[in-house]
Every structure is written in structure tokens, then in C-alpha cells.
Design a binder for this molecule. Structure first.
Ligand code: A3P
Ligand code: MG
Ligand code: MG
Length: 392
């Protein structure tokens, strides 16, 4: 069957002629804008403190005004930190499978629906792809599979890179904690802040509870880039108002000089696409001191961000990113389809992005074998059950 064939296909050494290169677009062009459809939510789910995925909104949080001068260091020693892990798609695929059967249950054709989806990915990966034209430092790598017309992406993290992330310097670790701590001050599990969050003598005013990064509320959305349908999953920090409008929370060091301002405007590119891709209309930034005290809060409307940076030094233009993304996806599908036809099987592909130049695509032999944990049953990086379901 296809599975055996897939495994056999990976035994031979990689054929270097399969490597394809796709160069960066020059950034001084003005490509015609590629339309991006307003994302709509297919479903939401929560990860519990035990890291169990459940189809509830138990992890949903409401935005509440943070207290003035919140101390972001508070609770650092009690941070329950989720271990670094590979960018597996398992949770998202579970949700996709659930949505498929929902369509079937409603008398539709879930398999046909999925076949029309060009890409299934976590939001972080699509953000990396779209912002690549402006990325000068950090390279990245993806594992890619094309199954029944749908591309699946996972971030490829080497054992070394995972270990690096796990062994973050104490300084970097604390910086990373500030972001989660800010989330605690800004959110509540009820639409209004609970009174007890404001009365304790030992806990700072407005502290929303100790940080546990296992807990996440996620949305799975569908959208369209050009004529390619995308299904994207990602964490949403909180909601606000009667309509439960989605909110992204961010922290950033206060802006003291023009260099800081330029650095912040560069960061806005990532803030922008991260939120834009899930249809999150608002980003609330807590500006903090170097010592971790919040000084001011500034809300941004996601769609207005590109206008804020236009014409500035180091400006970025989202149309460049969408145009590159559209052509990148088409390139992947075209190259992988061509190779798959001659090889008569799916495989796992590796995309490597090098800042300043572009991406290369190559086919892996024995893909990811070293990355599959004992006891896991996978075809490539997809859970076998999911693979069987969609290829049945
Ligand atoms: P900030 O966004 O305030 O920096 P997110 O903003 O995506 O909701 O992520 C929440 C927090 O997780 C971030 O807060 C940051 O502290 C931490 N974080 C996210 N990505 C990170 C990374 N690559 N390395 C270290 N910390 C990260
Ligand atoms: Mg978040
Ligand atoms: Mg956030």
C-alpha cells in the first residue's frame, strides 16, 4: 500500500537533482496585491494543565485592564514551563479531522472539503514564511508533505536546536517569562476581573494567577491567500467585549530613542502577520522597563499597522510578503507534485530558508526517523491514523 511504498521510497540516498531553489523577490517591487480572505473560525479548543486537548473553551481568557506599573518578575519561580517540543501538527490535525467529520455529519463531504485545502499549518510557520523577505538573521527549516493535494508543514527543529531552546540563558528565560506574566495581569477567566484578584495582601494587585504555559486556547481558522485555501491553527491570548473579539497581547521594551523606534517597527511586522493570519483585530502592547515593570499600555488595530510603518526607515510592506507567500506555496506544490508523479509516492520534503537569499527544497531519505519517538506511529511526520483517514 501507499504507506509501505512511502517507507520504501525513503531508503535510497537522496537524489541531489531533486533539489530546487527558489530565490527571494527583490523588495523594491510593487507587486499587484494578492487578496487575503478574512479568516473565519472553524473551531476552537483548549489545552488543559495536563496538556490534554479538549474541545471546550476552558482555557479562554478575557481581557482586563492590567494594574499600573505591574511587576512582570512576579511569580517567576512558580512558572510551570511547557517543555520545548517539535513543531508537530498532531493537535491541529485532530481538530481538522474533527471538522471533517462535522461536515460529514451535516450531510456534506468532508474528504472533498479537505482536498480543496492547499495548506494545513500552525500559524507560527506561516508567519515565518510570509515575513521571510524581511528576515536578515534567523534561518529556519520546515518538513513538508503533500498528501491528496494538501501541503502539511511542520517546523523542523534539530535535536541541537531543541536543546538550545531548553537551555535558554537565565536572562533570556526571564525575558520570555515577562510576556507570560503580562498575560496573567491582563486576563481573567471571567469577563470581569475576579474580586479576589484584587484583595489579597500577599499577591500583587491584578495578578491573574501563576503562569502555566501548558494551558492554551487555540483557534483553527480557514482563509485564502490568492486562490489557495489555508487552514491555520494558533493560540489566541484573550477575547474582549460582548462579541468576544480576539486580542493578541505583547510586551516590548519602552522606546527611548530612534533606534528603539526602528527596532519596534521591525517587530511590528511579526506582530502584524501573527495576528492577521488568525483574523485577530487587536494587539495590546505593554511597554516595559528593562527591569520588567510595565510602564504604558498601547492598543493597536491590526489592519492599521502597515500604515504606521509606511515611509519609515526600515519600513516593510505586507504586499511584498503576501506576494512572496503566494508564489512560495505555488512553487512548493508545483515542484513536489512533479516529483511525486515520477516517484509514485508521497515523501517528506525539507525546505531550508537562508536569510538574504531564499529557500531550497529537497526530498528527504528516511525522513524524520531519528525524530520519531519510540511508540509513535507516523507516516512521515503525520500520525498514521490521520494519514490512513485521509488516504482511505
Ligand atoms: P511577548 O509576546 O510579550 O514577547 P505570544 O506573544 O506569541 O502570545 O507569546 C507569548 C510569550 O511567549 C511572548 O511574550 C514571549 O515572552 C514568549 N515567547 C514567544 N515566542 C518566543 C520565543 N521564540 N522565544 C522565547 N520566548 C518566546
Ligand atoms: Mg500567545
Ligand atoms: Mg501574545
Amino acid at each position: 500500500d501507499r504507506r509501505t511504498r512511502l517507507r520504501q521510497e525513503h531508503s535510497p540516498a537522496p537524489d541531489v537533482t531533486l533539489e530546487r531553489r527558489f530565490a527571494y523577490p527583490p523588495k523594491d517591487r510593487h507587486p499587484p496585491p494578492v487578496p487575503f480572505q478574512q479568516p473565519s473560525t472553524l473551531l476552537t479548543f483548549s489545552y488543559t494543565p495536563e496538556r490534554v486537548l479538549e474541545y471546550t473553551d476552558s482555557a479562554l481568557r478575557y481581557y482586563v485592564e492590567p494594574p499600573p506599573r505591574a511587576d512582570l518578575k512576579y511569580g517567576y519561580d512558580r512558572w510551570i514551563k511547557r517543555p520545548e517540543e517539535r513543531g508537530r501538527l498532531d493537535g491541529l490535525l485532530q481538530a481538522v479531522a474533527k471538522y471533517r467529520s462535522k461536515i460529514d455529519g451535516a450531510g456534506g463531504d468532508g474528504a472533498a472539503w479537505l482536498r480543496e485545502i492547499a495548506v494545513v499549518s500552525w500559524r507560527g510557520v506561516i508567519t515565518k514564511i510570509l515575513t521571510a523577505p524581511y528576515e536578515d538573521h534567523d534561518g529556519w527549516a520546515l518538513n513538508v508533505m503533500l498528501v491528496d493535494g494538501t501541503l502539511y508543514f511542520e517546523e523542523h527543529l534539530t535535536e541541537t536546536k531543541l536543546q538550545e531552546k531548553e537551555d535558554m540563558t537565565p536572562h533570556h528565560r526571564l525575558q520570555s517569562y515577562y510576556g507570560y506574566s503580562f498575560e496573567s495581569y491582563c486576563t481573567s477567566s471571567t469577563p470581569q476581573r475576579k474580586v479576589e484578584d484584587n484583595v489579597s495582601m500577599t499577591i500583587p494587585l491584578g495578578w491573574g494567577g501563576d503562569v502555566d504555559t501548558n494551558v492554551q486556547w487555540c483557534a483553527v481558522v480557514k482563509t485564502k491567500l490568492g486562490n489557495q485555501r489555508l487552514v491555520i491553527g494558533g493560540e489566541v491570548d484573550c477575547v474582549r467585549g460582548g462579541t468576544k473579539s480576539l486580542v493578541e497581547l505583547k510586551t516590548s521594551v519602552i522606546i527611548r530613542n530612534p533606534q528603539d523606534e526602528t527596532r519596534f517597527e521591525k517587530k511590528l511586522l511579526k506582530f502584524y502577520f501573527q495576528s492577521f493570519l488568525l483574523g485577530v483585530p487587536e494587539i495590546i502592547v505593554g511597554f516595559r522597563t528593562l527591569q520588567g515593570q510595565v510602564s504604558t499600555i498601547q492598543p493597536f488595530k491590526t489592519i492599521e499597522i502597515p500604515r504606521l510603518v509606511r515611509g519609515k526607515p526600515n519600513a516593510w510592506d505586507p504586499t511584498i510578503c503576501l506576494d512572496w507567500g503566494d508564489r512560495f506555496l505555488a512553487f512548493l506544490k508545483r515542484s513536489i507534485t512533479a516529483q511525486t508523479e515520477s516517484l509514485e509516492s508521497e515523501g517528506v520534503w525539507r525546505v531550508v530558508f537562508s536569510p538574504g537569499s531564499g529557500v531550497t527544497l529537497s526530498r528527504l531519505d528516511a525522513p524524520g526517523v531519528e525524530e520519531v519517538k519510540a511508540g509513535e506511529d507516523r507516516v512521515g511526520f503525520l500520525p498514521s491514523q490521520y494519514f490512513q483517514d485521509i488516504t482511505a
